[in-house]
Ligand binder design. Structure first.
Ligand code: PTT
Length: 611
C-alpha cells in the first residue's frame, strides 16, 4: 500500500499498553482517511449507549493519504470521538504538527482507549510509546501547557493539549495545538479530559512512502506556489476569514444579541479592516501557504488569534464591539480550551434567558467584564458556570420557561456565526450538518444570497447544500487537508484527485469521492439511529426562534421576514429524497446497498428498522 502507511497505533491508558495494528487496502479505499476512518472505527468499536465521558469512549486522531505531504495546506488532523455535547459522532479538523509527525512515526490512525489513573502525557516517538506524568501541567491553561511541552520535548514535535475546560469536562471543550489552532467542537477536549489525557506529543522521523514520489513532489510544489501567488494577487489573507463580518452585517446575517438581531451599527468596530489594522502577527498551520491566523493584543496585552467565528459570537452576538475585549474573551477560550463558537452562543443564551425572565442572574449583553468572569466559571464549573458548561441545550432544559426556543443549537451543538432567520438554505445546512450545527459542512450562505432568490425554499438550494457537504464535510475531511485553497482561492478540486493518485497510485474521480462522502454521511446517520432508535426528522430542525414571526427584524431590508416551518419541512423532504434517506432522515435500505453499508446496518437494533 502506498500513500497510506496502513498502520493504526492503539493505546490503552488504563493498563498503559500499546500495539501496532494494520488495516487492509480495502478499508483504506473504502474510507480514505480522517473522518472516514474515525466514523467507521467508532461505529464498529463503540457499544451504543456508552457514556461519552466514560472510559469506553475512544479518542481518535485520524489522518489521510496526503496528510503531512508537502502540498498546499496538508498539515491537518481529524480528532474524533463519541460527542459528550451531542451524543452522536463528533469530530473536528485542526492544524497541527501531530499530523506530520504521526505519519512520519508510521501511523495513519491513533486510537486512545481507557482512562489513565492520573494526569498523563502520551509521548509517541516512532515505534516507542511512553505514558508520562502530566501532574505539573494539570490545572494549567493551554498556553502554559504547550510551553511546558516544548521545553520538555523541544519544538520539533507535534503536540496537542487541553486546558481546564477539557479537564473539567466542559461539554464544548476543544483540543489545542500550535498556540493558535483549535479543533473538535463537539467536546473532543472533554473526551481527552475524561481519560486524564492532558497532552499528546509525537515525534516521527521516517519517510512517508508515496506511489510516485517525483510527481508528488512536483505537483505539490506547483500547488503550493499557485496558492501562494493567488493569495498574493487577491489579498485574501489580509483580513482572512474576518473579511466576512462586514458582509454579514450588510446582508443582515450577523448574529447579534443571541441572533435576535441581524446587524448592528457598531459592527465596523470589530470587522476585518479593524483587525488587520490591529494585527500583531500572522500564523498558519504546517504546510500552509497563505496564513489565516491574525493575532492582536487583547485588553491585557496578550496575543489573541481571531477568526470570524470567534469575533461573530464572542463579539457581535454578545453586543461587545470592542476588539480588545473580544480578544480577551477569545484568549481565555483558547487558554481554557473552550470552543469559541459554543462559548459565545452559550453566554448569549444566558444573557437572553435572563432578559426573558427564564432564569435570574447578573449578566447583560455588552458586559465584557462579566462575560470574562462567567467564562472562567464555565471552565471551572463554578456556580451557574456548571450549568452553562453543559451547553445551551442542557442549560435550556434546566432553565425551562420555553428557553429552549432560543438556545441557538442543533442536535445539542451551538450554531456558528450566521444568523439564518431569513436564510432557508443556510438554516437547512445547519439543520442537516451531521455533527450538530457547524458551518464546516456546507457554507451555502454566499451562494444563497448572491445566486438565488433569498426567500426560495428550492431544489436548487438543496442540491447546492449536498454538493458542498460532499466537498467540505466529505472530501476535505477524509483526505484531511485544509479546504481554504479551494474555497478561498478558488483552486480546482481536481488537484486532490491528482495528489491522491500521486500518493496512492489509485485513480479515483471526483464522483468516486462523492460516493465515499455519501457513505460517511450515511454511516454517521446510522450512528445516531443506533444511539436513538426513536430518531425523527425534528432532530434536523433549527431553533424555534428562527420560525417565530415575533422575532422577525422590525426594520431594515429583511423587516418582517422569518423562516416558515412548513416550507422548511418541505425542503427537508427534498433533501432526504436527494440523499436517498427516508422521512426520518435515515438512509433507506436501497441507499445502504448502493453505498456498501449492509454490514454496518446489521448492528442496528430491531426497532430501528430501515425502510
Ligand atoms: C472549527 C471552529 C472554527 S472554524 C473556528 S474559526 W474558522 C473557531 N476557532 C476557534 C479558536 O481559534 N479557538 C477556540 N478556542 N475555539 C475555536 N472554535 C472554532 O472552531 C483553522 C481554519 C479555519 S478558521 C477554518 S474555518 C477552516 N476549517 C477547516 C475545517 O474544518 N476542515 C478542513 N478540512 N479545513 C479547514 N480549514 C480552515 O481551518 P473544528 P483550525 Mg478547527 C483560535 O476544528 O472543531 O471544526 O472547529 O481548526 O486549525 O484552528 O482551523 O473561521
Amino acid at each position: 500500500m502506498k500513500g497510506w502507511l496502513g498502520n493504526i497505533l492503539r493505546v490503552n491508558l488504563t493498563d498503559k499498553t500499546f500495539r501496532k495494528e494494520s488495516f487492509s487496502e480495502e478499508f483504506a479505499k473504502k474510507w480514505i482517511g480522517g473522518r472516514g476512518f474515525a466514523t467507521k472505527i467508532l461505529y464498529d468499536e463503540l457499544k451504543p449507549g456508552i457514556d461519552p465521558l466514560g472510559p469506553e469512549n475512544k479518542f481518535i486522531v485520524a489522518l489521510g493519504p496526503i496528510s503531512g505531504i508537502p502540498a498546499p495546506n496538508t498539515g491537518k488532523a481529524v480528532v474524533a470521538a463519541k460527542s459528550p455535547l451531542t451524543g452522536g459522532y463528533g469530530d473536528g479538523n485542526m492544524g497541527t504538527y501531530v499530523s506530520i509527525h504521526l505519519r512520519k512515526a508510521g501511523y495513519d490512525i491513533l486510537i486512545v482507549e481507557g482512562k489513565a489513573d492520573s494526569p498523563t502525557c502520551l509521548y509517541i516517538k516512532d515505534d516507542e510509546v511512553e505514558f508520562l506524568p502530566a501532574d505539573e501541567i494539570w490545572g494549567k491553561g493551554t498556553y502554559d501547557s504547550q510551553k511546558w511541552l516544548y521545553e520538555k520535548f523541544g519544538k520539533q514535535v507535534g503536540a496537542m493539549t487541553i486546558g481546564q475546560g477539557g479537564e473539567n469536562l466542559v461539554k464544548f471543550a476543544i483540543v489545542r495545538s500550535l498556540e493558535g489552532r483549535a479543533g473538535g467542537r463537539p467536546g473532543m477536549g472533554a473526551v481527552m479530559g475524561s481519560k486524564n489525557l492532558k497532552a499528546i506529543v509525537v515525534k516521527g522521523t521516517k519517510d512517508i512512502p508515496v506511489a510516485d514520489p517525483e510527481k508528488m513532489r512536483k505537483d505539490g510544489k506547483e500547488g503550493m506556489k499557485e496558492a501562494y501567488q493567488t493569495d498574493k494577487k487577491i489579498g485574501w489573507s489580509k483580513q482572512a476569514t474576518n473579511g466576512v463580518l462586514a458582509w454579514c452585517n450588510e446582508t443582515n446575517t450577523l448574529p447579534v444579541r443571541n441572533m435576535r438581531k441581524t446587524s448592528h451599527p457598531d459592527a465596523w468596530k470589530i470587522d476585518g479592516q479593524r483587525l488587520d489594522e490591529a494585527r500583531v502577527a500572522t500564523y498558519g498551520c504546517p504546510n500552509c501557504t497563505f496564513h489565516c491566523g491574525i493575532t492582536i493584543h487583547d485588553s491585557e496585552k496578550r496575543e489573541s488569534e481571531l477568526d470570524y467565528e470567534n469575533i461573530g459570537l464572542l463579539g457581535a452576538s454578545l453586543e461587545i464591539f470592542n476588539l480588545q475585549d473580544v480578544g480577551s474573551l477569545n484568549y481565555l477560550c483558547d487558554d481554557y480550551g473552550l470552543d469559541t463558537i459554543s462559548a459565545g452562543d452559550v453566554l448569549a443564551f444566558y444573557a437572553d434567558a435572563i432578559d426573558h425572565g427564564a432564569t435570574e442572574g447578573d449578566f447583560k449583553f455588552g458586559d465584557a467584564k462579566r462575560a470574562i468572569e462567567i467564562l472562567g466559571m464555565i471552565a471551572k464549573r463554578e456556580g451557574v458556570g456548571d450549568i452553562l458548561a453543559d451547553g445551551s441545550y442542557r442549560a435550556a432544559l434546566k432553565f425551562g420557561n420555553n428557553s429552549l426556543d432560543y438556545a441557538m443549537q442543533v442536535k445539542g451543538m451551538e450554531i456558528s456565526a450566521y444568523n439564518c432567520k431569513f436564510l432557508p438554505g443556510m438554516a437547512l445546512a445547519f439543520g442537516t450538518s451531521p455533527i450538530g450545527a457547524h458551518h464546516k459542512e456546507s457554507w451555502v450562505i454566499t451562494y444563497e444570497i448572491s445566486e438565488t432568490p433569498r426567500e426560495a425554499y428550492s431544489q436548487q438550494k438543496v442540491d447546492k447544500i449536498i454538493e458542498l457537504q460532499r466537498i467540505r464535510g466529505g472530501l476535505f475531511e477524509f483526505i484531511v487537508s485544509c479546504r481554504f485553497p479551494w474555497v478561498e482561492l478558488g483552486m480546482d478540486l481536481n488537484i486532490y484527485t491528482k495528489y491522491f493518485k500521486d500518493a496512492t497510485g489509485i485513480d479515483y474521480t471526483l464522483d468516486d469521492f462523492w460516493k465515499i462522502a455519501d457513505r460517511i454521511y450515511s454511516l454517521m446517520k446510522l450512528f445516531w439511529l443506533r444511539e436513538d432508535p426513536d430518531w425523527d426528522r425534528t432532530r434536523d430542525y433549527v431553533p424555534e426562534v428562527w420560525f417565530d414571526p415575533a422575532n422577525a427584524d422590525k426594520e431594515g431590508p429583511i423587516a418582517g421576514k422569518i423562516l416558515e416551518k412548513d416550507k422548511y419541512d418541505e425542503m427537508l423532504t427534498l433533501f432526504y429524497d436527494a440523499r436517498g434517506w427516508d422521512d426520518r432522515g435515515i438512509p433507506t435500505m436501497e441507499t445502504i446497498k448502493r453505498l456498501d453499508l449492509e454490514e454496518e446496518a446489521k448492528s442496528l437494533p430491531e426497532e430501528a428498522k430501515l425502510k
